[in-house]
Design a protein around this ligand. Structure first.
Ligand code: NDP
Length: 461
């Protein structure tokens, strides 16, 4: 055997990560069911990277105990590849699933593979094709011993932030895939917030795409500096002939489910992530284009007023405030999941790994890391002293955007959800007392009182 590491699935991500590993002096090989992709990586690297479509030859070419990463679509294809691989593995070998698997599938696969003496790790990879090629952020889950085996190769290819590699153990078992799932949930929410910002400025205020491309470019020089703001500038500047390409793209958003999984599990944990829920719902509403067009005919022009009172600076602050609120929700969810599923996840480490290479990388994450490092038991970013000062300054702009856009009939589900999350979280007394009373009236569910201990039930008149 001549290779130290193998990757199965040479699609967008697998090919890019394999070439990245080879660039950093690692002896690696790849397998793809379609031989043309396997041949292509071998040829383009002048034979440095081995390319196989025969599974037996691929496995035999890797040194024991073997480490093999799978990068194929989540679900059935991942199980199919694992089944095919099974007969060729020896006890002590281990497999890393780098796809976007559901964390519950990862739990199952750890058990199934463990029964045969094979190790199995779930790892989230973020950064898209370019990230995988030149420096992704990676979120592995597993034991420290497992991680130690693949740490050198992962650190060699990972994105670097101040020289520190953006990869670390995110927790036990499926903890890596869990953190990656929530990363994607936050990604959905921030993308939706940026889309709402664009809608206010473009559709309602009539600002052109070139102008907005420059504005997002400027924002990316300031506190909003982030990959998603940066690519928005690139997207808005793109032309197709003499038209803006973005104007020609259908307004039906697709998804692969990771945002929905984040919301679903947040609900199972009883952790509110309303900005993520809103973003998932917004993509779903966008899919009903025919209905939306019919409803527009029925209800008349969508725009009910102007939003000229919203200044560019208001949106810059509103977006920053909402972004912070999205990170706050996602990290609180990871904390709850870590408690419930016994991952042992360290939140400063999560923020650290997200600072570069991944889709939700932003300047803000360095502050977030500092806040959690300062107080490791911080239940929510909103309870951090520095964040409370900053949000005091930013929230009035968010409130103005929500009020004005709502009055003008512009849908801003993620902005509104973020503000409502903040307003609910900072309200010491919510109207849930009334809900408790109603529950007791119709279902004898009992209630607790503020003035005495115990559980109470009333014969309501
Ligand atoms: P691609 O569609 O580009 O590539 C998929 C690869 O999987 C191909 O090599 C394909 O082989 C192979 N494959 C598909 N089905 C099977 C099967 N049943 N048996 C064997 N091989 C199969 O996907 P990506 O590279 O984009 O994604 C791979 C994984 O990485 C996914 O889980 C994805 O969610 C995740 N991911 C993707 C990111 C992205 O930005 N694209 C970012 C982060 C994670 P063939 O060529 O023969 O069809």
């Amino acid at each position: 055997p001549q290779y130290d590491f193998g990757i199965m699935g040479l699609g967008t991500m697998g090919r890019a990560l394999l070439l990245n590993m080879a660039d950093h002096g690692n002896a690696v090989c790849g397998w793809n069911r379609d031989p043309s992709k396997a041949q292509a990586v071998q040829e383009e690297t002048g034979g440095k990277v081995g390319g196989f479509s025969d599974l037996g030859l691929f496995v035999a070419a890797i040194r024991k105990p073997r480490a093999i990463m799978i990068l194929v679509p989540a679900g059935g294809p991942t199980d199919g590849v694992l089944q095919g691989l099974h007969p060729y593995l020896d006890p002590g070998d281990f497999v890393i699933d780098g796809g976007n698997a559901h964390f519950k599938d990862t739990e199952r696969r750890i058990t199934e593979m463990g029964e045969f003496g094979f190790g199995f790790m779930g790892m989230g990879v973020s950064g898209g094709e370019k990230g995988a090629r030149y420096g992704p952020s990676m979120m592995p889950g597993g034991t420290p011993e497992q991680y130690e085996r693949i740490r050198p190769i992962l650190e060699s290819v990972a994105a670097k932030y101040d020289g520190e590699p953006c990869v670390a153990l995110m927790g036990a078992r499926s903890g890596g895939h869990y953190v990656k799932m929530v990363h994607n949930g936050i990604e959905y929410a921030v993308m939706q917030l940026i889309a709402e910002t664009y809608d206010i400025l473009h559709r309602a205020q009539g600002r052109g795409n070139d102008d907005l491309a420059q504005m997002f470019g400027r924002w990316n020089q300031g506190e909003l500096q982030s990959f998603l703001v940066e690519i928005t500038s690139i997207v808005l500047a793109e032309k197709d002939g003499d038209k803006s390409l973005v104007d020609l793209i259908s307004d039906k958003a697709k998804s692969k489910g990771t945002g929905k999984w984040t919301s679903q599990d947040a609900m199972d944990l009883g952790m509110p992530v309303p900005s993520i829920d809103a973003a998932v719902n917004a993509r779903e509403v966008s899919g009903y284009k025919g209905d939306r067009e019919a409803a527009e005919k029925l209800y008349g022009t969508p725009l009910l007023g102007n939003v000229s009172d919203i200044a560019e600076g208001d949106l810059e602050k509103a977006l920053l405030a909402s972004m912070i609120l999205c990170y706050a929700q996602g990290l609180a969810q990871i904390r709850a999941a870590s408690d419930e599923y016994k991952y042992g996840t360290d939140l400063p480490t999560v923020a650290k790994v997200w600072r570069a290479g991944c889709i939700i990388r932003s300047r803000e994450l360095a502050h977030i890391q500092a806040a959690y490092a300062n107080r490791t038991d911080l239940p929510n970013l909103l309870l951090d002293q520095d964040y409370s000062r900053r949000l005091h300054d930013l929230i009035p702009a968010l409130r103005k955007v929500v009020v004005s856009a709502t009055a003008a009939g512009i849908p801003i589900p993620a902005y509104a959800a973020s503000l409502n999350y903040f307003d609910s979280y900072r309200t010491g007394r919510l109207p849930a007392n009334l809900i408790q009373a109603q529950r007791d009236l119709f279902g004898a569910h009992t209630y607790e009182r503020l003035d005495k201990e115990g559980s109470f039930h009333t014969q309501w008149e």
